[in-house]
Ligand binder design. Structure first.
Ligand code: UDP
Length: 237
């Protein structure tokens, strides 16, 4: 069987882990995602996961008190650890060896991120879940995904979203919106895509890291993708 991508970095937004409204943690969704990951692990694909936190914390609109924006970013990064730990349990439950490495440092439940450690364990068949985003405020977990993808020498960064790729217009508003099969980094940057953080795109462009935006919620989409079928939108040179 042909495998197109042998090592992938999959970015799961917090929203993807939440229920219908993208809030909290939905066991059905977590179980579904775990099964999809298992399908590619079973054919030997090596997997790194970066998780977001939009389902738990994305700043706080409040008239009661204000949260310092940088402090808010740290809270967001901490929230990714909750998601990472829950994803690890969901993966472990169906027999996927998984570990969480954190960019925010070690504590009683997560190990510190170290590139050598990540490379060693990924080669041993562990699915590594990266918590803590980039470890820095002002960034997003999209950027963390590209960084980890580059450090792990992944073949591709896969961004799972609720839409099945990049469109010429908002498909919810414009019935003539067309999905691109591929789009250049330059065009993706020029269009100021909502679906992808600009910093992440620039980093991917400068280092020629291909990215695919796709809808994870179609069964087998991830499997089809790693086998080289055209799924979602490939962002490349
Ligand atoms: N965040 C951050 N630095 C990072 C990654 C995340 O400060 O490197 C914070 C930021 O406040 C962000 C929140 O954590 O809003 C959640 O991350 P993100 O928005 O990427 O999550 P997603 O939208 O993928 O669920």
């Amino acid at each position: 069987m042909d495998i197109h991508y042998r090592r992938v970095l999959l970015k799961l937004s917090g929203e993807a882990l939440g229920g219908a409204n993208g809030i909290g943690l939905d066991p059905k969704m977590l179980a579904f995602i775990s099964r999809e990951v298992k399908k590619i692990r079973d054919i030997g694909v090596e997997v790194g996961l970066v998780v977001g936190a939009g389902n738990i914390f994305r700043g706080m609109e409040s008239t009661e008190f204000a949260i310092d924006p940088i402090q808010g970013d740290f809270i967001g990064m901490e929230a990714t650890t909750i998601n990472a730990l829950v994803v690890k349990e969901a993966l472990s439950f169906i027999g996927i060896k998984a570990m969480v490495l954190s960019l925010l440092g070690e504590n009683k439940i997560v190990d510190n991120y170290h590139r050598d450690k990540a490379l060693k364990y990924i080669a041993q068949g562990y699915t590594i879940i990266f918590a803590g985003g980039t470890g820095n405020p002002f960034f997003t977990t999209d950027t963390a995904a590209v960084l980890r993808g580059l450090e792990l020498d992944a073949d591709v960064v896969l961004k799972a979203t609720k839409v099945d790729g990049v469109y010429s217009a908002d498909p919810k508003k414009d019935p003539h919106a067309q999905r691109y099969e591929t789009i250049s980094y330059q065009d993706a940057l020029a269009q100021n895509l909502q679906v992808m953080d600009q910093t992440a795109l620039v980093l991917a462009k400068e280092n020629r890291m291909p990215m695919v935006v796709f809808e994870l919620f179609r069964p087998d989409a991830l499997l089809d993708l790693v086998r080289g079928k055209s799924v979602g939108t490939l962002i490349t040179e």
